[in-house]
Design a protein around this ligand. Structure first.
Ligand code: HEM
Length: 483
């Protein structure tokens, strides 16, 4: 029941704690301005309510009034927001001793299990990240292209039936993302024999992460109970796969992430457990599933929204390979327009709208000769949806214009401006995989079909979701392209 509480009700609960905000502020005269007035509700309770209702609009409003650095009260905490490249630089350059992720993302332990990423010691976390990096090396990415291609062709044959028809693109791309992720990250054995079980368990894990989980990870709710049971089942299931692989090491190509995690040896000599291997696989599904399927959906909807761009995409595909040619990693690397369309969709509609850390020290932010000090203990956030739509940074910022990244303009190269995949030491470790996955799927889709949106307008952005995607009608009419 608690799972269904809307964000604004949770905001209401947070209000009870609000009076803690009136405690004295560290940082003295150098602290960023503390914003206490909201048009949503006059008085001290307005800001948390406004944040829960519409964080992106609120951050934009405060930016227009106060500039690139300001603090908002959030329940018993304060969050200092940094907007614009000069301010975002501090966020991306800080190390974990200054701005820490662990404290703010620690609730993910309830989904990933103990000892994983935000719950791991620093050295173990390093080993876990090294193994993700090694699992995403170019040799592996090259092997993923044909796996994703095979899944996509089979899926299109089964679901894009006949020469024309209608399909819910968001739903289709969501299904295709988990099929292709499972093939690449878990391996052929899991994809072929256990996909149904894994995807059902993932579904329960996914629904066990609600706004309430952030504040109260183990609240006694039905969704949390199902999440905990799904995680236990997932560990059992992967323990069997791990045992089989250890007994028959030559049965897989050794290039999937499961294999990479099985090879982890921690620096203190301890071995990784089956539960931790499973936890890392769950973490990757969480990092990549919604983000990638949302990005492929927006990218294709934006392409379909502009006939001239869709024609250029067809042209690019036809210049690089024939309709039925097997795709390779090199083909994908040559798809510059497709790449820029994906980047641009991410600029306009980033699925992660707030990246957050905790200030572990008083942190100076120097811009234009002025220094502000973020007080130790503040949460610190950047908002990709606001920062990547600043007119002073990106020309005509609300327009879908993939050419802004092309030769001569290259707006993504303005330091600390583009953050579709975050930035700095914690930038996305799966971004090369995401490009390979989305571009492979869309290359096959656009070589085979023209698509046209059915609804009169582009879908809105669903800012209420934990990972922000399209809201409303994502159906398209597809039509087989003529040879
Ligand atoms: C289009 C798809 C994706 C988008 C937009 C995206 C976006 C991001 C962003 C913004 C961050 C930074 C979070 C922060 O600073 O707090 C991040 C981190 C991360 N992403 Fe992705 N991601 C995508 C796909 C993936 C995939 C497919 C994987 C793995 C299979 C992945 C693995 C990770 C990991 C492990 C981190 C944590 C890095 C760290 O903390 O050092 N992501 N991602």
């Amino acid at each position: 029941m608690l799972d269904f509480l809307p964000l604004y009700v949770l905001g209401g609960i947070a209000l009870a704690l609000y009076f803690l905000i009136l405690r004295p502020r560290r940082g003295g005269k150098d602290a960023p301005p503390l914003v206490l007035n909201s048009p949503v509700l006059p008085g001290p309770l307005g800001m948390p309510l406004e944040f829960c209702k519409s964080p992106v609009k609120m951050i934009r409003r405060c930016y227009d009034l106060y500039g690139g650095i300001f603090t908002i009260p959030l329940g018993p905490k304060r969050m200092t927001l940094l907007v614009g490249p000069d301010y975002q630089e501090t966020f991306f350059k800080a190390n974990d001793d200054a701005l820490s992720q662990n404290e703010v993302y620690h609730f993910m332990k309830s989904v990933f299990g103990p000892g994983i990423i935000y719950d791991a010691s620093r050295k173990n976390r390093q080993s876990q990240f090294q193994s993700i990096t090694s699992g995403m090396r170019v040799t592996s990415l090259k092997s993923f292209v044909s796996k994703i291609e095979r899944e996509t062709r089979t899926y299109l044959k089964e679901h894009f039936v006949g020469d024309e028809g209608e399909i819910d693109l968001f739903k289709a791309l969501s299904e295709l993302t988990i099929l292709t992720s499972s093939r690449c990250l878990h391996g052929d054995d899991v994809r072929e024999k256990l996909f149904k079980e894994v995807s059902e368990l993932y579904h329960d894990l996914d629904h066990g992460l609600t706004p309430l989980t952030v504040f109260w990870p183990n609240a006694p709710t039905e969704n949390h109970r199902r999440r905990d049971s799904a995680r236990k089942e997932m560990v059992k299931l992967f323990s069997k796969v791990i045992a089989e692989r250890r007994a028959n090491p030559n049965k897989t190509d050794g290039l999937d992430l499961l294999q990479s995690f099985m090879n982890i040896k921690y620096k203190d000599g301890t071995s990784i457990t089956d539960e931790q291997i499973t936890g890392l696989l769950i973490a990757l599904l969480f990092a990549g599933q919604h983000t990638s399927c949302i990005t492929s959906t927006w990218t294709s909807l934006f392409i379909a929204n502009d006939p001239s761009i869709m024609q250029r995409i067809f042209q690019e595909q036809d210049n690089i390979l024939k309709r039925n040619d097997d795709l390779s990693y090199d083909h994908l690397s040559n798809m510059e327009l497709m790449h820029n369309c994906m980047r641009e969709a991410l600029r306009l509609c980033p699925p992660l709208i707030l990246l957050i850390r905790l200030a572990m020290v008083d942190l100076p932010v120097k811009v234009d000769g002025k220094t502000c000090v973020i007080p130790k203990g503040d949460m610190v956030g950047i908002a990709p949806s606001v920062g990547m739509r600043l007119g002073e940074v990106f020309k005509d910022p609300d327009r879908f214009d993939p050419d802004r990244f092309g030769e001569g303009r290259e707006e993504h190269k303005i330091p600390y401006a583009y953050m579709g995949f975050g930035g700095g030491m914690h930038s996305c470790m799966g971004q090369n995989f995401a490009f390979v996955q989305v571009k492979t799927i869309l290359s096959i889709l656009f070589r085979e079909f023209e698509i046209e949106r059915i609804a009169p307008k582009m879908p809105e952005i669903n800012y209420e979701a934990m990972v922000v995607g399209p809201k409303g009608d994502c159906r398209v009419r597809y039509k087989k392209r003529k040879n």
